[in-house]
Design a protein around this ligand. Structure first.
Ligand code: PGA
Ligand code: ZN
Length: 430
């Protein structure tokens, strides 16, 4: 078999993401004839400790071109992995990391490394004739994640029209992934109707959530509850709220500026505001409640909400096993967001999840705001039994491609499929 899976060709090309920006696609071909292909996504509200994606700079496409990263794959990287066994993911990723040689993947670029890391996994799965989730997780890969779906998009994804970045719903009360999507479809539709009635239906933001034309951040929360109720669903029981505050985007050194409400808060002021929201609204999960440079306050917030609310570290943890270890010791966050392009290889991302899980953390596999039709992350969530998946909203092809892929997998698993539901919180959030 290993001969069959030996890599005979690596080819990258420039393709385009959901924001119309260049990104890297790689194809890995194996001796036995199998081919794997993958496209890397790109973030807009990035953590400062993320692995670096390589962009060309200059005038074309606002400096966002990826010709250098494409050339790195077709040159140095291809030479290094040719002949390697595609089904030895750890060995491939170790070669990629060593070849880059920089602490932040900045020499070859996390975008060039990840494209090859993911394409190799796809090729190996194809060589075995199994779907990627099954290749990654074996027969145990039967857990369908609870989707976390954006209804209003804000922050960096909506010209900072509101401060909070993601107003999302989760469906802990659904019986299956398919039902969670049905419920969310109704909430999304009713939220749009509600905005139309108010005369503020102005299209959608970067990830497909409704454009957040609100006068205060709290108005969006009220609209979200109203949309759940209009859908005939019970807020907090069937459908709960999840927020990504993305506080690093509007605060540094413990000073936070809520532009929409024209006020400044210190760390404890922001904590107090969020705790008030947790009392007032059926909130089950909050991501990046405080800035990535405000770890002590992050820990104070985590302690204050206890196990009542899931506290997710995105910019704080950037999918790093080391940072998860540190923040667990400090008591900051209890769940890690997993974005493969924050690290640059599948192996490092999986390592982060293994360390997090061993420390009692939950996990959420996440897309980026710049996405494509690539559905690898769905397979990671299921193959690695992570239990939650965040992909943006319930509109736009690059988002729906992921939700639809999970539906196919749920159907294929049939009676073996289990829906993660409320169990992922390790508590009763609502
Ligand atoms: P992104 O942000 O724009 O960096 O992908 C998504 C997130 O903060 O979760
Ligand atoms: Zn985030």
């Amino acid at each position: 078999m290993s001969n069959e899976t030996s890599i005979t060709r690596v080819h990258a090309r420039r393709v385009w993401d959901s924001r119309g920006r260049p990104t890297v696609e790689a194809e890995v071909s194996l001796r036995g004839g199998a081919v794997g292909r993958s496209i890397v996504p790109a973030g807009a509200s990035k953590g400062m400790r993320e692995a670096l994606e390589l962009r060309d700079g200059g005038k074309a496409f606002g400096g966002q071109d990826v010709q250098l990263a494409v050339a790195n794959v077709n040159g140095e990287i291809a030479r290094a992995v040719l002949g390697m066994a595609a089904d030895d993911q750890v060995a491939i990723d170790e070669v990629l990391i060593a070849l880059d040689g920089s602490p932040n993947r900045g020499r070859l670029g996390a975008n060039s490394l990840l494209a090859v890391s993911m394409a190799a996994a796809h090729a190996a799965a194809n060589a075995r004739g199994v779907p990627l989730y099954r290749y990654l997780g074996g027969a145990a890969a039967t857990l369908l994640p609870m989707p976390q779906i954006q209804i209003f998009g804000g922050g960096a994804h909506a010209g900072r029209r509101v401060d909070i970045q993601d107003f999302m719903v989760v469906c802990p009360g659904a019986a299956s992934f398919a039902q969670a999507l049905e419920w969310t479809a109704e909430v999304y539709r009713h939220a749009g109707e509600l905005m139309a009635e108010r005369g503020s239906q102005l299209g959608v933001a970067d990830e497909g959530g409704w454009w957040p034309a609100f006068d205060a951040n709290e108005d969006a929360l009220e609209a979200l509850v109203a949309a759940i109720e209009r859908s005939g669903l019970v807020p907090g029981e069937q459908v709960a709220i999840a927020l990504d505050i993305a506080a690093s985007e509007f605060g540094h050194n413990g000073r936070y500026t809520l532009g929409l409400e024209r006020r400044q808060l210190d760390s404890d002021g922001l904590i107090e505001l969020l705790l008030r929201w947790c009392d007032k609204f059926p909130i089950a999960s909050i991501e990046d409640p405080l800035g990535e440079d405000d770890g002590a306050a992050f820990a104070r917030f985590t302690a204050a909400v206890g196990r009542r609310v899931q506290v997710v570290g995105d910019d704080l943890l950037v999918s790093s096993a080391e940072l998860v270890r540190e923040s667990a010791a400090a008591g900051a966050a209890n769940t890690v967001l997993l974005k493969p392009n924050q690290r640059g290889t599948l192996t490092e991302t999986l390592r982060c999840w293994e360390v997090a899980r061993a420390l009692g953390y939950g996990g959420i596999v996440s897309a980026r705001s710049g996405e494509t039709e690539d559905t690898t992350i769905v397979h990671l969530a299921i193959g690695w039994q992570v239990g939650q998946l965040k992909v943006g909203s319930f509109a736009r092809g690059e988002r729906m491609a992921k939700w639809n892929e999970a539906l196919r997998i749920e159907e294929r698993l049939g009676a073996r499929a289990r829906y993660a539901g409320v169990g992922v919180f390790g508590c009763n959030p609502a």
